[in-house]
Design a protein. Structure first.
Length: 317
């Protein structure tokens, strides 16, 4: 199959969402496949120019992500699958957003490695993308522990009984930065603080959802079983869980997919809140997730999503 045919069949040229309508996935809390290239698109300013100017209509599209929230965005509690559908949407869609943010962050790292110029702007974009990753950690983990144990963890184990986030294909290019090892061109104190906060949130979520501390990967015999699969196949298994396919996609197409997801997430949060009253889990949060800096993240979640859209779309203009 040619690259052109792949683009046509993978439907990367999707429309921007319309304010006030829920059209993502075809119905509230439906899912969509995500198409990403194997490597971050637009990994240099020259690559951005090759893809052309970003549509002006997208600039500021998510300035008010909660405007005109559809009435049917509220979860139907009479539907026995209603609550499960909401939290499965959050788990899948939040991870898809994370994959895109990692690719955008990798693009910033590639630009910073090309030489001096625009360091302050690059550092600001990097801070927003790291903050977005922290927000998606909070969003995907907003389910009660009982939902995680009954719905999410068993599904992951059915894909592979030692499934691990370490297999995420897009994480490796940004792993060093997220662990606080900033390159010279991005050695920025606020960015370092965002990375520290991200690590803090990640630890808190692990304590909330898996208080035993034993992940699927840490169960017995995992090394013996994994040695029969190449790393690329493990990454493909991980992609499949989150409805992610790999095919040629431009920076513009990747960011358009991001905006569609952030728009739907904004509608969800406006209708249900981060911790829905009908499925609360705030009381299950450990001290890490009740810390003042994490609380501020939750309070500014929607405006921060809008700023992420601004950074992603401006980078392609």
């Amino acid at each position: 199959m040619s690259s052109l045919e792949a683009r046509r069949t993978d439907r990367t040229d999707l429309p921007l969402p319309a304010a006030g309508d829920w059209e993502y996935g075809g119905y509230p809390y439906g899912l969509e496949p995500l198409t990403l290239p194997l490597a971050s698109p637009g990994s240099s300013p020259a690559a951005h120019r090759r893809f052309g100017r970003f549509p002006a209509a997208l600039a500021g599209h998510l300035a008010d992500p909660v405007a005109g929230v559809p009435a049917n965005a509220a979860v139907d509690l009479t539907d026995p699958l209603g609550v499960d559908r909401l939290f499965w949407f959050r788990w899948i869609t939040g991870h898809q957003v994370t994959f895109v943010l990692w690719q955008l962050l990798a693009s910033v790292l590639a630009e910073s490695a090309e030489g001096p110029g625009g360091e302050a702007r690059a550092a600001e974009r990097a801070r927003r993308y790291v903050r977005g990753y922290s927000l998606m950690l909070l969003y995907t983990s907003s389910c009660p522990r009982s939902v995680y144990d009954r719905l999410i963890r068993p599904h992951l184990a059915l894909q592979h009984r030692h499934l691990s986030g370490a297999w995420a294909r897009d994480y490796h290019p940004v792993r060093s930065l997220l662990r606080g090892r900033l390159p010279a061109g991005l050695d920025d104190a606020p960015l370092r603080e965002e990375c520290r906060l991200n690590h803090h949130v990640h630890e808190g979520i692990a304590a909330k959802l898996v208080p035993s501390g034993v992940s699927l990967l840490q169960q017995t015999n995992q090394h013996q079983e994994q040695r029969f699969l190449h790393r690329d196949r493990l990454s493909s298994l991980y992609d499949c869980v989150f409805l992610t396919v790999r095919a040629p996609a431009s920076y513009e197409q990747v960011v358009t997919q991001l905006v569609r997801r952030l728009h739907a997430i904004g509608q969800d949060l406006a209708a249900n809140g981060l911790y829905p009253a009908y499925a609360p889990s705030g009381h299950e949060e450990p001290a890490e997730l009740r810390a003042p800096d994490v609380a501020r993240c939750k309070e500014t979640l929607l405006p921060d999503l809008s700023r992420i859209c601004d950074s992603a779309t401006a980078a392609a203009s």
